[in-house]
Write a protein that binds this ligand. Structure first.
Ligand code: NAD
Length: 739
């Protein structure tokens, strides 16, 4: 037997130890070869009379197994890969998916005891291998040990028996958060749930597992015992029936039916628990294939897993520049953004100078970090010593001479070009010739701001999102004169503070604000048309956006929208109020004095915690509500308007060269403004969910019905004519760091 990813040793007592150790990888993943090897091991253990039992463990110090190799699963290509008629394709896909279930089931019924010694994290397929063993013993001295089935988080479902064994072990209700939300458990939690049988120090795991194997020659899975009953009952029992009834309702409320994986998981559990496990495993494999073939799974695997991983490793960083080691960074302006930026820098171990116009303002900025640290210490998320070390890295001051020796500066003062220019001049009196000068402006073109700089090649936009410590994206904006080297250095900075960078070119609103702005704008257009505000808000959320468009307007600040709207209208030589949206915005800000969440009142009234309590009941004073009901066809139409409008704007950004990589556009859309994550982002939504050709046709129809803002641009028409997608036209440029 020739194994590549496992080794198999049999001791003098006839106990075999299969050690999972994929060569050349720091962590085990389930590749096609690993499945093949597991099959050979199961056959050998079953057939060889000299082998009395089996212990499966890992040869990696990092853990047991991180799950399926999603890259190998096809990066979203999905399906079985068979050419020809769809039925044959489905059959191949089913057989391929069922293989893992078949192998694990063979192992489970090989009539010899099988134990799993889990030294570290066991996720997805790794956890499913463990679940198929008769006995599980986990390390109690590894804080990184996690057990779970995270598939649902990337639009997939467990396909190695997870939906059948976990609920048979702990009941459908207890299994629900692990299956549907991809939550993970610690070794101790696993023990108290009954998933783990025994805890032991890492160095004793295999020895103890062997002892158990020796002592239990007739081990069987609980579900192979004649009298087995699912804990809590299956759907045919009164208790189990209630779990599924409420479970379906809760799922519908949380997902609005947008996530096929979750729906399929629930169906697989519901149907699978009624039948014997062998039939249940076939049911799971069928739903697995069905899920894998959805556009949602393709988009989510690609964006939420593969692209996030690639961008997190600096995949779009220009090659050929050495790694920029940032030891000292300066933040200017200790307000909302600057304070947050200082915190994430210090958290990454960077010495941080936080400058403001007065010591008091600078100190206040540092207090922001202090509050986060105190909260983290009180919740046990960090130790007091680590918290103090973090705070010691932040030096609040008014003294620009502290800029000396800094590797990078991030300016986050008021959004005013004159103030920003003055700050740039003052900073550059002290900043080294090779250091990066960044600005966190959210709207001002970088090329314009760079005019104040003596070294425009070193000048760049570093656009953070609020709250900085929670938002994972940083949009990096290259001005006309920004050098590639500065871009590479800035990417190194963003990666060091553990954010995901996307690079875009200079344009008012850049990429994220420009596209995102179309969502509240369309919502307010609907409002001005007389569609009931509750309908607009509900349709927005049901489309998969984190908030309705009116709540988004409140969050951004309706006064800010009024200011920006008036500026843009002025440039175009018209009055903002001529436009129905402008008229509503001016009325609510200036007439009703309701500027949004920050004032506790806007399109919504807010409670003391800043949560929306109710829609402003007097909106009807200004806008006559003409549409009070939302039949399904109206919901479909409004959903299209809200989502397609954003996607058309993305196409314009590509055409104008604001963004150049479909992967950046997708990740930016999900991380910056929460664009329907089930789709994989704005480009994947058009490519996979709608199809470019159909998208163009629909946008033409929407343009006729609602206005030119929906009109497809030449780029989209060209893509449709050539059968291209965003990903084929703007593929990721894998210019990995040479460093
Ligand atoms: P803010 O008003 O909370 O803070 C600005 C800070 O800059 C204040 O503490 C002020 O005292 C200080 N300041 C002003 N002039 C200064 C000077 N000459 N030298 C040093 N400090 C000076 O503003 P904010 O919301 O933190 O925004 C800062 C920047 O970040 C703006 O350019 C804004 O457009 C951008 N931005 C804001 C957000 C957001 O959600 N608020 C998001 C992304 C980007």
């Amino acid at each position: 037997m020739k194994l590549e990813t496992f080794s198999l040793d049999v001791d003098a007592d006839g106990i075999a130890v299969a050690t999972f150790d994929v060569p050349g990888r720091s962590m085990n993943t389930i590749t096609a070869k690993a499945i093949q090897d597991l099959n050979a091991i199961a056959d050998e253990v079953g057939a060889n009379a000299a082998i009395k039992g089996l212990v499966i463990t890992s040869g990696k110090a990092s853990g047991f197994c991180a799950g399926a190799d999603l890259g190998e699963l096809g990066g979203g290509s999905g399906g079985g890969g068979a050419k020809g008629d769809p039925e044959a394709q489905l059959k191949v896909a089913f057989e391929r998916s069922f293989q893992m279930n078949k192998i694990l089931r063979n192992l489970e019924t090989c009539k010899k005891p099988v134990a799993c010694a889990i030294n570290g994290l066991a996720l997805g397929g790794g956890f499913e291998i463990a679940l198929a063993c008769h006995y599980r013993i986990a390390a109690n001295d590894n804080p990184k040990l996690q057990l779970g089935l995270p598939e649902a988080k990337v639009g997939l479902m467990p396909g190695g028996g997870g939906t059948q064994r976990l609920p048979r072990l702990i009941g459908a209700q207890a299994a629900a958060p692990y299956l549907l939300q991809g939550e993970s458990m610690t070794a101790e939690q696993g023990k108290s749930l009954g998933v783990i049988h025994e805890l032991a120090p890492t160095n004793q795991l295999v020895g103890r597992a062997k002892e158990w194997v020796k002592a239990n020659p007739n081990a069987k899975a609980p579900w192979d015992e004649a009298k087995f009953k699912v804990p809590g009952g299956n759907a045919n029992t009164p208790g189990g029936g209630t779990v599924f009834t409420f479970g379906s309702a809760m799922l519908a409320k949380q997902t609005w039916g947008n996530y096929p994986a979750q729906k399929h998981i629930l169906s697989a559990v519901y149907e699978g628990l009624i039948v014997p496990i062998d039939a249940g495993l076939r049911i799971e494999s069928r739903y697995f294939v069905k899920t894998l073939m959805t556009p949602e799974a393709k988009g989510m695997i690609r964006s939420l897993f593969l692209s996030m991983q690639d961008l997190g490793k600096g995949a779009s960083r220009p090659a050929g520049y050495p790694q920029y080691n940032i030891k000292k960074a300066v933040v200017i302006g200790a307000g909302l953004m600057g304070a947050g930026i200082a915190y994430v820098q210090a958290k990454a171990g960077i010495e941080t100078i936080l400058l403001d116009v007065s010591q008091e303002a600078a100190d206040k900025g540092k207090d922001y970090s202090r509050k986060i640290v105190e909260k983290d210490v009180s919740r046990g998320k960090t130790s007091k010593e680590k918290g103090e070390a973090l705070l010691a890295l932040i030096k609040p001051s008014t003294d620009y001479s502290l800029v000396d020796g800094a590797d990078i500066v991030v300016e986050a003062v008021f959004e005013n070009p004159e103030i920003k220019a003055e700050v740039t001049r003052k900073v550059e009196e002290h900043l080294g010739a090779k250091a990066v000068m960044g600005t966190n402006t959210s709207t001002l073109p970088i090329t314009g701001l760079a005019k104040a700089s003596q070294r425009p090649a070193n000048f760049i936009g570093i656009h953070f999102f609020s709250p900085v410590e929670r938002m994972g994206l940083v949009e990096i904006i290259k001005g006309k004169e920004t050098s590639e080297e500065t871009l590479a250095k800035t990417m190194d900075y963003v990666l060091k503070i553990k954010k995901t960078p996307v690079a875009v070119n200079d344009f008012r609103g850049f990429y994220t604000s420009r596209v995102f702005g179309t969502y509240p704008e369309e919502g307010m257009t609907m409002l001005a048309e007389g569609i009931a505000p509750a309908i607009i808000e509900n349709v927005g959320r049901m489309a998969g956006m984190p908030m309705g468009p009116l709540e988004v307007s409140d969050s951004v600040g309706i006064d800010t929208m009024l200011k920006i709207g008036r500026e843009s209208a002025k440039v175009a030589g018209r009055s903002y109020e001529q436009n129905p949206v402008g008229d509503v915005v001016a009325w609510i800000v200036e007439g009703e004095k309701r500027v949004g969440r920050k004032a506790g009142k806007g399109f919504y009234d807010y409670d003391e915690q800043g949560k929306p309590a109710r829609l402003y009941p007097d909106l009807g004073k200004k806008i006559e509500v003409k549409v009070k009901e939302c039949p399904p066809e109206l919901k479909v139409e409004l959903t299209k308007r809200l989502l397609y409008r954003q996607c058309v704007e993305v196409a314009r950004c590509f055409e104008e060269g604001v963004i150049t990589d479909a992967r950046d556009a997708d990740i930016g859309s999900i991380l910056a403004w929460g664009f329907a994550p089930y789709s994989g982002g704005v480009c994947s939504f058009v490519d996979l969910k709608v199809g470019v050709k159909k998208f163009v046709e629909e946008c033409d129809r929407l343009a006729e019905a609602y206005g030119e803002r929906f009109r497809p641009n030449a780029l989209l028409r060209d893509m449709a004519a050539k059968g291209q997608t965003f990903y084929s036209r703007f593929p990721p440029k894998d210019t990995k760091a040479a460093a």
